[in-house]
Design a protein around this ligand. Structure first.
Ligand code: ADP
Length: 402
C-alpha cells in the first residue's frame, strides 16, 4: 500500500523494480515529482500561497481554499491582498523592504474570506531569488489563529471584569472603613457639645440671655447631628441602589426661593453672610425631585457660609440657556485650589485649606454630585483660593418640546 495515494501493489509488483519505478509515489529514490509535491502541499491545513513580484497569485493550495473559500481557479492570477483585503500591522511597502533585507519574515495579519468573515492569521513569508540573487516569487503560509485570538480576547475580558470587580469591592471596603472611623469621630463631637450645653442649660437658672444663647447652640448641634446622620443614610442608599428620585415638573426659581427663605430663617443670628437672590424672569422648568433639589441647594448654601469664616455676601442666581436650567451659589470665602477642585465630589474628600474651620464628613458634595447626575445634569466649580467659590448646578431644562 502506498502511504501517499493508498494504491495497493501486488507482491510481484513490489519485487519488480520497474513497477516500483513507475509508481508515482515511489519512495525508493527519495524524490517526488512536482505533481506529488502539489498533492502533498494540499494536505496542509495552512494556506500555502505563492505570488509573483506583482503580488499576482501563482500557487494556491487546498488549505487556502478551506480557509478563504476561493477555489484555486478563482484565486490564480488575482492580486493576493486585494482578493483577501489583507490588513497589515505596518504598510505593505515596508514589509516588502524588510523581506528583501532578510529573505524571511513573519507576523500577524487580518484577512477577509469569500463570505465576508474576518480571520486573524499568522503569516510566514519566504522570498525566492533567482540564480543572480534577484528577488522573485514570495511563498507565504497562513495559519488561521482566529479561534485562539478570540479565546485570548475572552480570557482578557474575563480577567478585566474580575479585576474591575475586585477594585470595586476594595473601594467599597475602603469607603466603609473610612466611614466608620470618620463617623464615630464626627458624631461624637456634636454629641459631646450637646451634653455640655444641656448641662449648662440646667444650671442657667433664670438668666434669659444665657438660656437663649444656649438654646441656639443646642439647636445648631442638633442640626449638625441631623445632617451627619442624613448624609450617612444617603450614602448607604446610594451604595445599595436604594436612592430613588421622585420626579415631577417644577419651577427651579420656586424651589430656590423656598430654600433661601428657610435658610435665612435659620441664619437669623448670622449677620456676616448677607444672602442675595436673583431669580429668572420666566419660569425655569425641570423634571426633578423637589426634595432632592432642595437638598442640593441647601448643601451648597451651607458650604458657602461654612467656608467663608470671614463673612461675605452669598449670591444665589437662577438662570437658563436653550438647553440647561442653572442654579449658581457664589461666596467670597476661602476658595479651593485647582488640585482640590478635581476631587471635590469624591466621598470623604476635604480640601487641605479647611484646616480647623469646621468639621464635616466630606460627603455633602458627593451626594450633591450624585443627585445632579441622576437628574441628567452636571456640576461646575469656579474658584480662586482666598477669593471665593462659585458652584453651578446645570440640569436639563424642560421645554414645551421636551
Ligand atoms: P464637608 O463640608 O462636610 O467637608 P462637602 O462634601 O460638602 O463636605 O465638601 C467637600 C470639601 O469641599 C470641603 O471639605 C471643602 O474642602 C470643599 N468645599 C466645599 N464647598 C466649599 C466652598 N464653598 N468654599 C470652599 N471650599 C469648599
Amino acid at each position: 500500500m502506498c502511504s501517499v495515494c493508498g494504491t495497493s501493489k501486488s507482491e510481484s509488483e513490489v519485487m519488480d523494480d520497474s513497477s516500483a519505478a513507475n509508481h508515482p509515489h515511489r519512495r525508493t529514490h527519495l524524490s517526488i515529482t512536482p505533481t506529488e509535491q502539489a498533492r502533498l502541499l494540499d494536505l496542509s491545513n495552512d494556506a500555502i500561497i505563492v505570488r509573483d513580484v506583482n503580488n499576482r497569485i501563482i500557487y494556491w493550495n487546498h488549505g487556502a481554499t478551506e480557509i478563504y473559500g476561493w477555489t484555486r481557479d478563482e484565486a490564480i492570477g488575482q492580486d493576493l491582498h486585494h482578493l483577501l483585503h489583507t490588513e497589515f500591522e505596518i504598510p505593505l511597502e515596508q514589509l516588502i523592504i524588510r523581506l528583501h533585507q532578510h529573505d524571511r519574515m513573519e507576523g500577524e495579519v487580518v484577512q477577509v474570506t469569500r463570505d465576508g468573515r474576518r480571520r486573524t492569521l499568522w503569516s510566514r513569508w519566504a522570498l525566492d531569488r533567482d540564480a543572480d540573487g534577484r528577488p522573485g516569487a514570495i511563498l507565504t503560509t497562513y495559519n488561521d489563529i482566529t479561534a485562539r485570538k478570540q479565546l485570548e480576547a475572552e480570557r482578557e475580558r474575563l480577567y478585566e471584569a474580575e479585576r474591575a470587580a475586585r477594585t470595586e469591592a476594595e473601594a467599597a471596603l475602603k469607603i466603609r472603613e473610612q466611614f466608620l472611623s470618620i463617623a464615630s469621630h464626627e458624631l461624637r463631637t456634636p454629641l459631646t457639645a450637646l451634653i455640655g450645653f444641656v448641662h449648662l442649660l440646667s444650671t442657667a437658672g433664670q438668666n434669659p440671655d444665657r438660656v437663649s444663647s444656649l438654646t441656639v447652640r443646642i439647636t445648631q448641634q442638633t442640626q449638625r447631628l441631623n445632617t451627619l446622620i442624613n448624609q450617612m443614610l444617603d450614602v448607604s442608599r446610594l451604595q445599595h441602589g436604594q436612592f430613588v428620585l421622585e420626579r415631577q415638573m417644577i419651577d427651579l426659581s420656586g424651589v430656590v426661593v423656598e430654600v433661601v427663605e428657610a435658610f435665612r430663617a435659620m441664619q437669623e443670628l448670622n449677620p456676616h453672610h448677607p444672602l442675595e437672590v436673583h431669580t429668572a424672569d420666566a419660569s425655569v422648568l425641570v423634571l426633578g425631585d423637589p426634595h432632592r433639589l432642595e437638598q442640593v441647594l441647601h448643601n451648597l448654601l451651607s458650604n458657602a457660609v461654612k467656608y467663608s469664616p470671614a463673612g461675605g455676601v452669598v449670591r444665589v442666581r437662577v438662570g437658563q440657556t436653550a438647553t440647561d436650567a442653572i442654579v449658581e451659589v457664589a461666596d467670597q470665602g476661602i476658595g479651593i485650589s485647582l488640585e482640590a477642585q478635581a476631587r471635590l465630589f469624591e466621598p470623604f474628600y476635604r480640601a487641605q485649606n479647611v484646616g480647623q474651620i469646621s468639621s464635616g464628613f466630606g460627603l455633602g458634595l458627593h451626594i450633591v454630585g450624585e443627585i445632579v447626575q441622576r437628574h441628567g445634569g452636571r456640576m461646575e466649580v469656579e474658584s480662586t483660593e482666598g477669593q471665593g467659590s462659585t458652584f453651578r448646578v446645570l440640569l436639563p431644562r424642560h421645554t414645551n418640546a421636551s
